[in-house]
Design a protein around this ligand. Structure first.
Ligand code: FUB
Length: 340
């Protein structure tokens, strides 16, 4: 106990916290963990990595996932239960390949798994599958969500009971193809000094199976109230949106992709705008950095992944977790995943 107190004390004094954590499971590779508290337990909805033999490229073909497992924990320091395969690409009529980062939501005792996958035209869409249990298995809808595109859905339940989906990712995530509202054959990015491509938000319909509105841009502003620009690679949105609330503020966190940080911005509404604050998690072993943030029994946890277990294979990742802290101004302390 004394040791824990010393550890907590030193955590409180550091600006960047170094933290060594082990993979939550070692019998499968898992990534992009979206954690939620359902039925008083932590449920984790990750991607399920495997070695499909696809060569690595800039569009992420090597992330060739074909199914999902669900995991749960009754205690943040305890056992992780694998609830097995809950959805496979063969079950999904519209989907062809690449089941990327999913998320889940609960409404009125029903559970929803939201997932991106490429359709038969090789265009990313976002699908929904439902279950009466948080651990699945999940039954997919016949069609993807109408008007959905790109990747990395994150569904946030607001305090007033409304649900919002955040989504989008550039490069292999195809967000740059949708600047005109139609899928473009070529990549189109704003110039380096122009506002960067924004992630999207859409309020969900009452049954959580469709968008209740046209997706809107999520603004991420710098300290002067100006949009973060395309050339600002250290801070611009790349993928992996997540939203949580702390002290009545909305925290929008995301990956900066090719600069490999988990960054965050704060706003007063689920729609933003959000003002950039800093880095939550510095780069990890492997190219991608993707996370979720959840409160459980009064403590805050960051779920993330790295490629330590596969000795750096970027498409074979392992989900991990660590506790995070806020300072008195509500700023999240920067975490470093490795002790020296
Ligand atoms: O896991 C596949 C993709 O890699 C995710 O959708 C991205 O966020 C990145 O982690």
């Amino acid at each position: 106990e004394e040791k824990d107190e010393v550890a907590e004390d030193s955590l409180a004094q550091q600006d960047t916290i170094r933290y060594h954590s082990e993979p939550l499971i070692t019998d499968h590779y898992t990534a992009d963990p979206s954690a939620h508290v359902f039925e008083d337990k932590i449920f984790i909805y990750p991607s399920h990595d495997w070695d499909s033999g696809k060569p690595e490229d800039d569009t992420g073909n090597h992330f060739n996932m074909k199914d999902y497992h669900v995991y749960s924990m009754e205690d943040p320091n305890g056992e992780v239960t694998d609830h097995g395969e809950v959805l496979t690409v063969e079950d999904v009529a519209w989907a062809e390949r690449q089941m990327w980062a999913p998320d889940a939501a609960e409404k009125d005792g029903k559970y929803y798994l939201f997932f991106p996958a490429k359709d038969k035209d090789d265009i990313f869409r976002i699908g929904v599958a439902t279950s009466n249990n948080p651990e699945g298995p999940f039954t997919p809808e016949e069609e993807p969500i109408e008007g959905s595109y790109s990747i990395d859905p994150a569904v946030y339940k607001d305090t007033d009971g409304e649900y919002y989906m955040y989504f989008g990712g550039i490069w292999g995530g195809q967000l740059q193809r949708w600047q005109t509202g139609e899928f473009a054959e070529e990549d189109e990015y704003p110039a380096d000094d122009e506002p960067a491509l924004r992630p999207k938000i859409a309020k969900m319909s009452d049954d959580l199976l469709s968008f209740a509105e046209e997706p809107k841009d999520v603004e991420i502003l710098d300290e002067n109230g100006e949009p973060i620009t395309t050339g600002d690679n250290d801070r611009r949105f790349f993928e992996a949106a997540w939203v949580h609330q702390y002290n009545d503020k909305y925290y929008f966190s995301y990956s900066t992709g090719d600069t490999h940080n988990i960054a965050y911005a704060i706003g007063d509404s689920p729609y933003g705008p959000f003002t950039y604050q800093g880095v939550i998690l510095e780069p990890v072993v492997g190219w991608t950095n993707h996370h979720s943030i959840v409160e459980y029994e009064g403590k805050w946890y960051l779920f993330y992944h790295d490629s330590s277990l596969s000795e750096g294979k970027t498409y074979l990742r392992s989900m991990k977790m660590m506790e995070i802290e806020y300072d008195e101004d509500g700023k999240i302390k920067t975490m470093q995943s490795y002790t020296e």
